[in-house]
Ligand binder design. Structure first.
Ligand code: IMP
Ligand code: MG
Length: 186
């Protein structure tokens, strides 16, 4: 058994995980996304604003793929309980450390689903006088939108699946998986 099948083994044994995008596919897509994003930010020292916790691995890889001077900060918002459906209620658990007035802000999301979380965050940022605010999301589920939010850069578009791995969780499990997997009902 190779290292990767070992990581997936406990869930796969219950027939619950299906690989959607391999680590190599994610790496290649992130490199292309970085090429698309870089021209907007060269010489601007952008602030990559990661939305915890799901974006932590994507942000780490995207920051290195961008390979330009930038800064990193995080917010943590909660909209989900331990289920797979949004509660529709969003609150701050952690806010940024430094003011973002005059900064070029790139919000880094793992996945935009109903858009509730992002709509709340963008609404909050609107009063903070950033020079610009754009959004990159590794995954986009446009079919699930309740709040119409603009995702400026999207890695992959997925159907109405619940996904885990590469930072994303279900009840805090599976974040360590190197691939993006669909979590299927048993
Ligand atoms: P939204 O508010 O419905 O757009 O989703 C907010 C957050 O819920 C996303 O940023 C993710 O962190 C999480 N989320 C949404 N869909 C999924 C999923 O399929 N798997 C894991 N987390 C998800
Ligand atoms: Mg998220």
């Amino acid at each position: 058994m190779d290292e990767r099948s070992e990581l997936h083994a406990p869930a796969r044994a219950r027939g619950r995980l299906r690989v959607l995008y391999t680590a190599e596919e994610i790496r290649a897509r992130t490199a292309r996304l970085a090429d698309e994003i870089r021209p907007y930010y060269e010489g601007k020292n952008p602030l990559l604003l990661g939305v915890l916790k799901g974006s932590f691995i994507f942000l780490a890889d995207l920051a290195r793929a961008l390979a330009i001077p930038l800064e990193v900060d995080f917010v943590q918002l909660a909209s989900y309980g331990d289920g797979t459906e949004s509660s529709g209620f969003v609150r701050f658990i952690h806010d940024v450390e430094r003011p973002m007035a005059g900064r070029h802000v790139l919000v880094v999301e793992d996945i935009v689903d109903t858009g509730t979380t992002l709509a709340f965050l963008l609404g909050t940022l609107a009063s903070r006088q950033a020079a610009s605010v754009r959004v990159v999301s590794l995954l986009d589920k446009p079919g699930r939108r309740v709040n119409q939010v603009q995702v400026d850069f999207a890695g992959f578009t997925v159907e109405n699946l619940f996904v885990v791995g590469y930072g994303m969780d279900h009840a805090e499990a599976y974040r360590h998986l190197p691939d993006i997997c669909a979590l299927e009902e048993v």
